[in-house]
Write a protein that binds this ligand. Structure first.
Ligand SMILES: O=C(O)CC[C@@H](O)C(=O)O
Ligand SMILES: [Zn+2]
Length: 467
């Protein structure tokens, strides 16, 4: 705990970034002290807005000297409370470090400040005739520093991988206050430990990312979306197998009828077709020529013949494709109205059906009075299980009941050698459950690594792992 008075703290932070870049008004503390989780009341002591790596370094050095706790803050779209400041921490917002520079057409790389918004990079890539493929519903607000720190996934992982796969180089300020330039944007660099990888998905616990060189790729052609109505969950996997056997997919997602109905009820997009189905699969592929469309149609018909698919629709334009995507992408925001308890779990794709059925049995037994919403990136083995809070139940009671059942859910995750956090990260919400995915020895190594980079525990303390 720091012995600095609030006044002295503001003074010292202002000396680094300027008085207009330190905020302590109630609105800012509330806004920048939290992410999209609604569990922990924000309580930061100040919000600071550096503009350069050097300023971040000075703040970290001050934190070491004065025993401050620092929390990094990007677009604040996190779902695991990795960027929540609930204990008087100083929040470092990267909003002013949002420059895109040094585009290199030959290397297909571009340098981005940690505060560059995902969509800003996507648009920049498009302007160069290229593509930044990591995409998700919060792309309009999430920032690259946060995406990298949580190794964000999203809807195109099946084809393009996670954020990790697009980071060519990183500039970080470690917890000790050193500035490291990691990997120098090289494609090949076998010179020992790739420390870049520790900061990717490190949730700001080892140091803060201030700049990243991101890779871009060729833009996909004529992305076409197919939504299929599937009566039984296991059939979704047969559909996935059959399509993947003959085509390269850019996405393969699923959602339940309950999830779809809630999105449609908002009135922005219509249901895909009239035939009701328990589940829907959403596939996307590049239709570079007629042959691709014909192949997709043939596979679709085969799936109908097998009884796996009841009905389907294929987009005929970009607008139609975007509307079909909304059926899937709008789910998270739509259900946020019900204060959902979130699980973001994964197993290898081949184990998804028995895994889901076992979990379904537990949650339907234990939550007879709660609404359960399934959706996710099924092509990656990643399921989003959301339990909705009944209106008449207090938030605290609801979360307590959910946490109890979580233990049983995570026992199933452990049994199937899965993960308690596929893509949202650990933060505060999944920290108590990390041992269901990581061995005791692994956790000891993680603690040891943390102490190497951040011996005074100033960087995002209490997140991901306790010392
Ligand atoms: O809200 C969720 O549970 C998932 C959010 C996001 O990862 C998605 O896939 O839409
Ligand atoms: Zn997701």
């Amino acid at each position: 705990m720091t012995t600095l008075t609030q006044e002295a703290l503001i003074e010292q932070l202002s000396a680094i970034v300027g008085t207009d870049k330190v905020r302590t008004d109630a609105d800012s503390l509330e806004t920048f002290g939290k992410d999209w989780t609604k569990i922990y009341p924000p309580k930061p002591s100040a919000i600071v807005f550096p503009k350069t790596t050097e300023q971040v370094q000075k703040i970290v050095l001050l934190a070491n000297e004065q025993s401050l706790s620092l929390v990094p803050s990007g677009g604040r779209t996190g779902l695991s409370a990795g960027a929540v400041a609930a204990n008087g921490e100083v929040v470092i917002s990267f909003d002013y470090m949002n420059q895109i520079s040094e585009f290199n057409a030959i290397d297909r790389t571009v340098k981005c400040g940690a505060g560059v918004v995902t969509e800003q990079l996507q648009v920049f890539a498009e302007e160069q005739g290229l593509f930044y493929p990591v995409d998700f519903a919060s792309a309009g607000s999430s920032q690259l520093g946060g995406n990298i720190s949580t190794n964000a996934g999203g809807i195109k992982v099946i084809r393009y991988g996670m954020t990790r796969d697009w980071v060519a180089g990183l500039t970080v300020v470690t917890g000790k206050g050193d500035v490291l330039n990691l990997n120098k944007d090289l494609v090949k660099n076998n010179t020992g430990y790739d420390m870049r990888q520790l900061f990717i998905g490190g949730e700001g616990t080892l140091g803060f990312i201030t700049e990243a060189t991101m890779r871009l790729t060729r833009a996909p052609k004529n992305l076409t979306v197919l939504v299929l109505g599937v009566p039984e969950f296991d059939a979704i996997m047969s559909v996935l197998n059959t399509f993947q056997g003959r085509m390269d997919l850019t996405a393969f997602e699923f959602f339940s009828d309950k999830a779809m109905r809630k999105v449609v009820a908002r009135g922005d997009v219509p249901a895909p077709f009239e035939t009701p189905a328990e589940y829907y699969a959403l596939l996307e592929f590049e239709a570079e020529n007629e042959d691709h469309i014909n192949t997709a149609m043939e596979i679709f018909e085969y799936c109908v013949e097998q009884g796996w698919v009841l009905d389907g629709v294929m987009s005929q334009s970009e607008t139609q494709a975007a509307n079909l995507w909304r059926l899937r992408e709008d789910i998270s925001e739509t259900i946020s109205e019900w204060t959902p308890y979130k699980n973001d779990i994964s197993v290898v794709v081949s184990k998804v059906p028995p895994f889901l059925h076992e979990i379904e049995e537990v949650v339907t037994r234990e939550y007879p009075d709660f609404e359960i919403i399934w959706f996710g990136h099924i092509g990656d083995g990643n399921l989003h299980l959301n339990i909705l809070k009944p209106d008449d139940l207090a938030k605290e009671v609801f979360f307590q009941r959910c946490a109890k059942v979580s233990t049983w859910v995570f026992e199933i995750v452990e049994k199937y050698a899965g993960s308690v956090s596929a893509e949202h990260g650990v933060g505060l919400t999944k920290k108590p459950y990390l041992e269901y995915t990581r061995s005791k020895e692994e956790l000891d190594y993680m603690r040891a690594v943390k102490l190497v980079f951040d011996p005074k525990n100033v960087m995002n303390p209490g997140k991901l792992i306790d010392l």
